[in-house]
Design a protein around this ligand. Structure first.
Ligand code: SF4
Length: 393
């Protein structure tokens, strides 16, 4: 889904630098689980509670360097900085939309791979409070080859580590906190309204459930009450539908949201754009969703991009209604962005409403979102913006 050119990136990342200097890049501290951190801190001869302090500095305060961790002794800070890196990713480029609602970063990982992270800002709409949603990547590239997705066309590079996933949220958390503090300074919000990032969606580059272990590891770090403290109900994993991993996720005792990129109500249509459907047909996928919803008591979100003349007929709406009938779910209908290479046309709003009516016949709730003109996101980025708005309540 990336739309950036790598040639515009500037910083020299640490691995390249380390290679040039004949040294090894330090391991990232963000790759440590909380219990790993306790062991490491104790091995360094420090008391256990120091691990809690480091954790808080990393994730609650979103410190940028060990030097900022002022509650730790200078000696301990030095030991940490000689042992670990706090920069698993460096900013290669960032852009903010004209209306200021969306910022997008291209981050360079230590081995030079590039990933995207997005921060979406939503003002309160009366029903929902102000939100800041981070959309993060779990893989560099992707092997699943969905035909509408630029990342899929690039092929698979590698999975991201837990630290590389989490560090994206920490990076945007610094921005979000700075904005909150500026708002407090100008009286736009009160001190009690310091929120930072409120929601996280795993909807950036890559398929999170292919990188299952690190995705779940990252969710546990994001959810930790002493750190970023992102509530499980404010975390959404979006998948094209890997059935074994969906079933496994249902048993993780995590109250996160699951979003399924569906985009078609039948196998014939879906397999044309999403090769994964040949392995996991829609009926089996929906059965797995029932299991997930039954076990977690969570509503499932379905993403359905409306493509004029392809998947937007009333018959297809009714087919989708029958498919999802009886499932605790919500469908996000997203009229395709007409600028996406000109291959697909966007249906008129009136047709989208008729489609919505077809779903309603089967009691399936849905929302239609027209894009809000986000100037920095072409193609999939605009899709993401609208989907995120629906699910990050
Ligand atoms: S699984 Fe996601 S990232 Fe991978 S090709 Fe499909 S849409 Fe793109």
């Amino acid at each position: 889904m990336t739309t950036f050119s790598s040639s515009s990136s500037a910083p020299t990342e640490s691995a390249t630098q380390a290679a040039a200097e004949g040294t090894q890049a330090l391991p990232s501290i963000f790759d440590l689980s909380r219990s790993d951190l306790v062991s490491v801190v104790e091995e360094m001869g420090e008391k256990r509670f120091r691990a809690d302090q480091v954790w808080r500095w990393l994730y609650f305060d979103a410190a940028e360097s060990f030097d900022q961790m002022s509650t730790l002794s200078k000696t301990f800070r030095n030991t940490l900085s000689e042992t670990f890196s706090m920069a698993p990713l460096t900013e290669a480029m960032s852009l903010t939309s004209k209306d200021g609602s969306t910022s997008k970063w291209l981050f360079r990982l230590q081995d030079g791979e590039l990933i995207e992270t997005v921060l979406m800002r939503y003002e309160t709409d009366g029903h929902r409070r102000n939100r800041k949603t981070a959309c993060i990547s779990t893989q560099a590239g992707c092997a699943l080859g969905c035909t509408f997705c630029a990342t899929g066309q690039q092929g698979f590079r590698r999975n991201l580590s837990v630290g590389e996933i989490v560090a994206q949220v920490v990076a945007v958390q610094r921005v979000a906190i700075a904005e909150d503090e500026a708002d407090i300074g100008t009286g736009k919000r009160t001190k009690g309204e310091l929120q930072g990032v409120t929601n996280v969606v795993f909807m950036g580059m890559g398929e999170p459930l292919v990188n299952y272990k690190n995705t779940v590891g990252a969710i546990r770090v994001l959810n930790d009450g002493q750190g970023l403290n992102i509530g499980a109900r404010h975390i959404t994993v979006s998948t094209v539908g890997l059935i074994p991993e969906i079933l496994k996720l249902a048993d993780e005792d995590l109250q996160i949201n699951l979003a399924i990129s569906l985009h078609a109500p039948d196998n014939q249509t879906r397999s044309q754009t999403m090769p994964i459907n040949k392995r996991y047909p829609v009926e089996e996928l929906v059965r797995a969703c029932h299991t997930y919803a039954d076990k977690t008591k969570r509503r499932i979100f379905f993403e359905y991009v409306l493509l004029k003349g392809q998947n937007d007929s009333i018959e297809q709406a009714q087919k989708l209604g029958r498919l999802l009938n009886g499932l605790h779910c919500h469908v996000n209908l997203i009229p395709v962005n007409p600028t996406s290479g000109g291959v697909y046309e966007r249906p008129e709003m009136s047709l989208a409403k008729i489609f919505q009516g077809g779903l309603k016949q089967y009691g399936i709730p849905s929302t239609v979102r027209m894009e809000k003109g986000i100037d920095i996101n072409a193609g999939c980025g605009q899709l993401r913006a609208r989907v995120i708005d629906n699910i990050s309540s």
